[in-house]
Write a protein that binds this ligand. Structure first.
Ligand code: SAH
Length: 269
């Protein structure tokens, strides 16, 4: 074996060791990425988190908001992308989600990311309003690049961190998640979502998965259904009507998930 091979081999073995070791110690540093204030605040209250009013962990001037605290044996950070500085609405969508995920991982070095939020659901795939899904897979439905291989890059399908025990023990539903930057659904989106075999659709998940993958942090996606996309009611109306009650369901499920994670290592989830 050439010396360089030996070094590469040794480094890889050390890296594997570290990863194996990491997976066999209890999760201690949990990062929530949550797009909307209305989704985030009930969890801030539930876990008695404190807002970091100083915001010094992020570059000066960004609207991102961080809450932090300890819950049981866990150190919890919850980060949301905040409000658009001129329009005052939540910074939903993939761009802000990617940026806050990247910056938060760099600074907070979490063991595990949970992206919790609301989503549209497909009744043809078994979703009802108020259901909470854990995403097995994520992909994009609005990045169409019809050139071989670029097409796959655009779709960006990846499996999320697998949590078979958590899903089984908490009796949660599982399904695939499709992400795009629009709340409504164009015919193009509909075809792509169906090709992605998705049960739920949101505006952040696959982007957060991309960044988490890039920086090798496991990520899980907990999505509560606010609106039925293939139902009769218009999405925006249904979303607004159900946001408060579904956020409460999301809050209950996320609390169960956090209680389950507490004291366990990644390989036990
Ligand atoms: N009218 C809302 C706008 C929120 S945008 C407001 O009052 O602020 C929708 C947010 O909820 C996004 O963060 C997205 O991830 C999620 N979402 C809920 N239902 C969705 C759907 N049918 N399609 C895409 N995203 C949805």
């Amino acid at each position: 074996m050439a010396p360089t091979d030996e070094i590469i081999g040794a480094t890889a073995a050390a890296a594997n060791m570290t990863e194996a070791e990491e997976r066999s110690r209890p999760v201690s540093n949990l990062l929530f990425i949550i797009a909307m204030q209305a989704e985030a605040l009930p969890l801030v209250t539930k876990f008695q988190l404190t807002e970091d009013t100083d915001r010094s962990i992020f570059t000066k001037g960004v609207p991102w908001v961080r809450y932090y605290g300890n819950y049981k044996d866990l150190q919890i950070n919850l980060v949301r992308p905040g409000k658009d500085p001129s329009l005052g609405v939540d910074n939903v969508g993939t761009i802000s989600a990617s940026l806050v995920t990247y910056a938060s991982i760099q600074v907070l070095k979490p063991d595990l990311i949970i992206n919790a939020g609301t989503s549209g659901g497909f009744k043809a795939k078994g979703a009802s309003v108020g259901d909470v899904f854990v995403a097995t897979d994520v992909a994009f439905h609005d990045r169409r690049i019809p050139i071989p291989v670029f097409d796959l890059y655009g779709i960006g399908a990846r499996r999320s961190f697998s949590t078979p025990n958590l899903v089984k023990d908490l009796n949660l539903k599982e399904g695939k998640l499709s992400t795009g930057d629009s709340l409504d659904m164009s015919p193009h989106d509909a075809a792509a979502i169906s090709a992605n075999d998705a049960t739920v659709k949101d505006m952040e998940g696959a982007a957060i998965a991309y960044v988490a993958d890039l920086l090798s942090v496991p990520a899980v996606f907990v999505k509560a259904v606010t609106d039925i996309v293939d139902g009769e009611k218009p999405t925006t109306e249904e979303f607004v009507d159900n946001l408060a009650s579904v956020t409460a369901a999301l809050d209950r499920a996320v609390t169960q998930v956090v209680d389950y994670i507490n004291g366990k290592c990644l390989s036990e989830l």
